[in-house]
Design a protein around this ligand. Structure first.
Ligand SMILES: Cc1cc2nc3c(=O)[nH]c(=O)nc-3n(C[C@H](O)[C@H](O)[C@H](O)COP(=O)(O)OP(=O)(O)OC[C@H]3O[C@@H](n4cnc5c(N)ncnc54)[C@H](O)[C@@H]3O)c2cc1C
Length: 480
């Protein structure tokens, strides 16, 4: 825990602004002794310089806080659950105000007939899922960080997660937004409409904007029927090409009900078994790659297990898969998912890694992996493979570990070279250097190499028109 003065007492801000924020927010709305909770990102990769933390409790308070900062010319950084992996929720310079949405967590409306829930931005993803379940509905966004991340953060990063294959990313789940603009005006766009052809779809500009165009304060979210049936399998495959053939098989047998198709390398499973007590491999032998497949649907319980078993039997016959296990109970299903959801912890246990959150067309994943593995092995001898992710979306967390025994500083020195090699291959295959984590402070400079001047100019123009003073999360997406 850092000292109060390190976190930010606000001393570096104009005294007038501190007084004004104190008057707007009251005692519980301003934090000067926040410890590492707001100032440090998940896992400690990014640390904020001294910054005051404002915790508004209503949209009106967010608007007044933003207006006060804008008038004082002070930069603001919106923060949700602070689980982001690109450093977007940490200021990059001193004298900023972090605006945390954590006190805004009410359900404003729940309409099971319209299949929508309207929630404030600070509600955690797990709470949204739980409130939907109370009325027998599904909110299908699902991430390993769902207990802490907030819906405002999910929308601002356009989060993907483990069910994106079937339901799409956060962008597909919002029907309307309420946003505080960088000058403090409130845009009330909380419409629960499936159809609205009245001009530009403004909400989509704020989704995936990482807090650079305004602060999302509430959202109307789309709900779906809750599945009655599920089937989950853990499968060993010889290589990524076989995993893709299995995806095709699974689609043919399970159709629309295919919900998740996750992969991990052998080394990733090995590290989960080390890092997470109580985990066990479903197989006696080690295999090069593993796939976790899940299907969910509305049919009679057991229907999907039958279809999944058929798909696996056919795949075994075709020698696409080497071994497979089908969960026979909810407890077994949870144990299989723990192997996938434990990847972030496994990576921490394994040592210092070089992270890449890339996407390529699904068909190009095996080529990407083969080319990246070969190029890194040649350029950086001793580098160790570590890759997992959402194969069904073409999104791989390609996070090789530094050579055994290398220090944090030694691995950090390898990072720029490794990034260049991996991201150039991704670009060559028509991919993206950030599939679901966003650019944050991590990739904002780097992405300029991969975006055309026309694309960069459009983004800069958009930023200028919403935030001419450049005060809303400066240095993210568009260079400060
Ligand atoms: C263990 C683990 C697993 C993860 N798995 C996944 C995964 O499968 N898929 C995935 O996509 N991500 C994943 N993530 C990353 C992260 O959880 C997501 O990016 C999440 O959407 C961030 O939400 P948050 O509330 O924590 O946002 P923060 O980290 O607080 O903020 C992220 C960005 O959004 C902005 N922001 C936050 N709230 C608002 C708001 N109300 N208005 C405007 N801007 C705002 C911030 O300024 C910042 O730029 C994972 C992270 C961890 C730690």
């Amino acid at each position: 825990m850092r000292a109060v003065s390190d976190v930010g007492s606000g001393a570096e801000l104009p005294a007038q602004l501190r007084d004004r924020l104190g008057a707007i927010l009251g005692a519980q709305g301003l934090v000067a002794d926040a410890g590492t909770r707001y100032g440090e990102s998940w896992g400690g990769a990014f640390t904020a310089p001294p910054s005051l933390v404002a915790r508004p409790g209503s949209t009106a308070e967010v608007a007044a806080t933003v207006a006060a900062c804008a008038e004082a010319g002070v930069a603001m950084v919106p923060q949700g659950g602070n689980t982001g992996l690109a450093g977007g929720a940490q200021p990059t310079r001193p004298g900023c105000v972090i605006i945390s949405l954590e006190r805004m967590r009410a359900v404003r409306a729940l309409d099971p007939v319209n299949d929508t829930i309207t929630v404030e931005a600070g509600m955690t993803l797990a709470e949204v899922q739980a409130r939907a379940a109370e009325v027998d509905r599904l909110f299908p966004l699902s991430l390993a960080s769902e207990g802490s991340c907030q819906i405002g953060g999910n929308l601002s990063t356009n989060a993907g997660g483990t069910q994106c294959l079937r339901y799409g990313n956060a962008r597909a789940m919002a029907l309307g937004l309420e946003v505080v603009l960088p000058d403090g005006q409130i845009w009330e766009g909380l419409r629960g409409l499936r159809k609205d052809a009245t001009g530009y779809d403004l909400k989509q500009l704020f989704i995936g904007a990482e807090g650079t165009l305004g602060i999302i304060t509430a959202a109307v979210l789309r709900l779906l029927p809750r599945p009655r049936d599920a089937a989950t399998a853990f499968v060993a495959v010889p290589d990524p090409a076989a995993a893709l053939r299995l995806l095709d098989r699974a689609r043919r047998h399970l159709g629309e009900s295919l919900t998740g198709f996750e992969v991990m390398r052998r080394e990733c499973l090995d590290w989960v078994l080390v890092a997470l007590p109580g985990t066990a491999s479903p197989f006696a032998e080690r295999h090069p790659w593993y796939v976790l497949i899940e299907a969910t649907g509305q049919g009679a319980p057991g229907t999907l297990a039958g279809l999944m078993a058929e798909a696996l039997a056919a795949a075994l016959e075709e020698e696409i898969v080497s071994d497979a296990t089908l969960a026979a109970s909810e407890a077994q299903r949870r144990r299989l998912w723990a192997l996938r959801e434990g990847q972030a912890e496994a990576q921490k246990a394994a040592g210092f890694g070089i992270k890449h959150d890339v996407s390529v067309p699904v068909s190009a994943v095996p080529t990407f992996l083969a080319r990246a593995d070969a190029a890194l092995a040649a350029a950086l001898p001793g580098i160790r493979p570590f890759a997992f992710g959402h194969l069904g979306d073409g999104n791989i967390h390609y996070n090789p570990l530094g050579p055994a025994g290398a220090s944090a500083a030694e691995v950090a020195a390898l990072r720029p070279g490794a990034n260049r090699i991996v991201h150039d291959i991704v670009a060559d295959l028509g991919g993206s250097i950030s599939a679901e984590h966003g650019l944050g402070q991590l990739r904002t400079e780097e992405v300029r190499r991969y975006k055309s001047p026309v694309e960069q100019a459009m983004m800069a123009a958009l930023k200028r028109s919403f935030d001419p003073k450049g005060l809303m999360n400066p240095g993210t997406i568009v260079p400060a």
